[in-house]
Design a protein around this ligand. Structure first.
Ligand SMILES: NC(=O)c1ccc[n+]([C@@H]2O[C@H](COP(=O)([O-])OP(=O)(O)OC[C@H]3O[C@@H](n4cnc5c(N)ncnc54)[C@H](OP(=O)(O)O)[C@@H]3O)[C@@H](O)[C@H]2O)c1
Length: 327
């Protein structure tokens, strides 16, 4: 079965997704919509999409669209996802699903009512290395995992969608979501303590932050994100008798287990295409099996991470103009 795939926006991530779905059998490259019709047409022609629209409304109104992929700034996800669900489309929405947990909760309920799949495209969760890492953590070849240090940063603060509060900018929602996700994948969701600090830009969003999480089993995760410079961009899980290093952890193609004696074992999982293929395959499988969520990124996990980000922004006193109620 092959589903008609449509992309809302013709920007940076939309391009990466278009290049990926072109190589997948489970979807047809069907439509793209951009605010500017000429850009939509050029994008469609370049990436082999058969239809293009100069408004998102027109794309949502097309009865032949099965799956909508949303690649807009964070501030716009809530309204666009809502519109897509009401048009009875299945939705794969870029991370974060919404700017806060309350908005996502409402959308998940709406998706269930309308019997459509709604999933946050936190691509890391769908990658094959995750299941393998979780299996290794359970087998404990170097003992129990005790702590993790994870950093994620790039010099991207000049991009409008990172800089502007009205686009729900800042490091947390764009970058910080990945170390938080990694902590959840390694230690679970049972957090007993969370402390954090951030430095804000003049516009009032977080430029960099550090977060410490303590889990019910006593494990500690120390997470850093920064939108003003490149960080080491890896995760290291410290265990009783060695450590596990996950380079490029948000798009990882493998990891290495190091024993305390200096021996190493490598685990490799090269991407089939770009790394974005797994989330698309997963939403197709969910639709085929009549589900409203994907097992790799259940609604409860999206809500867990969004609730943490709400709590962090509360600590930092950051509220976005697109939020009608205080978090
Ligand atoms: N998974 C990943 O690896 C990854 C990587 C990068 C980004 N992302 C996520 O993808 C999403 C988009 O990021 P991006 O880097 O693709 O952003 P982008 O290229 O800056 O913008 C994407 C699109 O959003 C629309 N847009 C931009 N500025 C806008 C504004 N001021 N008001 C209304 N619409 C605006 C435009 O749509 P039109 O084309 O219709 O004009 C633009 O093409 C975010 O949720 C981000 O977190 C994910």
């Amino acid at each position: 079965m092959s589903f008609n795939f449509a992309i809302v926006t013709a920007g940076n991530i939309a391009t990466k997704m278009a290049e990926t779905v072109n190589k997948l059998d489970c979807v047809n490259c069907y439509a793209v919509a951009a605010r500017d019709g000429q850009r939509a047409e050029a994008f469609a022609k370049q990436h082999g999409f058969s239809h293009w629209y100069d408004s998102y409304d027109a794309l949502f109104a097309d009865p032949n669209v099965d799956i909508v992929y949303i690649g807009s700034p964070h501030s716009h996800h809530y309204a666009q996802v809502k519109q897509a669900i009401l048009a009875k489309k299945h939705v794969l929405c870029e991370k974060p699903m919404t700017v806060n947990a309350k908005q996502a909760q409402e959308l998940f309920a709406l998706a269930k009512e309308n019997n459509v799949v709604l999933v946050e495209a936190t691509w890391t969760r769908f990658m094959p290395f995750v299941a393998a890492l979780q299996q290794v953590l359970a087998q404990q070849p170097v003992g129990k995992p005790l702590s993790m240090v994870c950093s994620f940063g790039f010099a991207v603060s000049g991009r409008p969608r990172m800089a502007k509060p009205e686009l729900a900018g800042g490091a947390l929602l764009d970058l910080g979501i990945y170390p938080l996700t990694m902590a959840a994948l390694v230690f679970g969701n049972d957090i007993t303590e969370m402390t954090s600090i951030c430095t804000k830009t003049e516009a009032g969003v977080d430029a960099q932050h550090s977060i410490s999480l303590k889990f019910a089993g006593g494990q500690i995760a120390t997470l850093y994100s920064n939108m003003e410079c490149t960080l080491e961009n890896s995760a290291t899980i410290h265990c009783e008798h060695g450590f596990i290093h996950v380079p490029l952890f948000w798009q990882s193609q493998g990891f290495t287990v190091h024993t305390e004696n200096g021996e190493t074992t490598e685990y490799n999982f090269p991407h089939k295409i770009s790394g974005y293929e797994y989330e698309v395959e997963s939403i197709c499988k969910a639709i085929e099996s009549g589900k409203t969520e994907c097992p790799e990124m259940p609604h409860s996990d999206t809500l867990h991470i969004l609730s943490l980000m709400d709590a962090l922004r509360k600590q930092w006193n950051i509220q976005y103009p697109c939020e009608t109620e205080s978090i």
